[in-house]
Design a binder for this molecule. Sequence first.
Ligand code: PMP
Length: 360
Amino acid sequence: VSASSSPYFRDVLGAIPGYQPGRKIEGPDGRSIKLSSNESPHGPLPSVLDAVAEAATLLNRYPDSGAVELTAALANRFDVPEDHLALGAGSVGVLQQLLEATAEPGTEVVYAWRSFEAYPLLADLSGATSVRVPLSEETHDLDALAASITDRTRVVLVCNPNNPTGTAVREEALTAFLDRVPDHVLVVLDEAYREYVRDPRVPDGLTLYPDRPNVAVLRTFSKAYGLAALRVGFLVGHPHVASAVRKTMVPFAVNHLAQAAAVASLAAEDELSRRVEATVKERERVREALVADGWVVPPTEANFVWLRLGPHTSDFAAACEAAGVAVRPFADEGVRISIGTPEENDELLAVAHAYPRRNG
Ligand code: PMP
């Protein structure tokens, strides 16, 4: 009996494919390079491991559901009041909490497409209608996004930089867009990759939200902070938004290993930002090498690059896989490639160099 035909499941379930995570693969000589999930290529810092080990002595206890220490550390680090913060199990968890608080059947959630695959999944689960606004030249079409807002719209998601294209919207365009958004719509700036942004024209959402009660920012410890396995993300927004998102959290969603690791990571930001800097340098090297090789690669502000390949997408992904490199294909559209270590990136560049065609 399938989810769509049995009597006790919601109708919407039949149309939901479920989230497809990046796969780990094994290459010819047992080598395996995972460039499919935009993770940090670096293992945990010793100070973070120590904090996790200490927290692990309390596995029999429930975590601090208010995450007092982490909330204080975040407020201090980002210079925001504590009541502007809400936590969740990854920023995906926070987004689910936010949609739980806002979206329902008969309402609309608007976002650019292609963008992060969790958006349609979570919007569909909420029962709301997804309104997908096509990207224009691999980047957000903010005019079209604003024009898609109706009386039924509850939330607009703006992924900046955008996953999977890596493109980012600039301050002028974003503030002009925000000025057009009516008060009954909440704008979520998903800044999962904010730490990798180097273009000064790309705004930091944390500087934009204070004057705008209907704007909130999503951040994560999964990328630049290297804690993807632990599932911790947060929202920064006005107190009415943050408290609604705290209300809809599954009790104890952020466990205390995650809380301890996040606190320790905030204390180790110098070390972590050197890693981010190395990734940014590699990103530029990879992009330039691909461009020099004849590939078209949109400028990227994230820890990945996007190759539009159209009908050759799965063939290119298979060529990568044959060399032991996992990338993320989006059928008939293109391939997203995370930036790894220099050696891992060299393997990817070798496959791309040897590939008999270029984009599409
Ligand atoms: N937002 C975007 C744009 C992402 O690409 C990702 C991770 N793929 C996330 C949010 C979610 O990250 P997490 O749930 O691990 O915080």
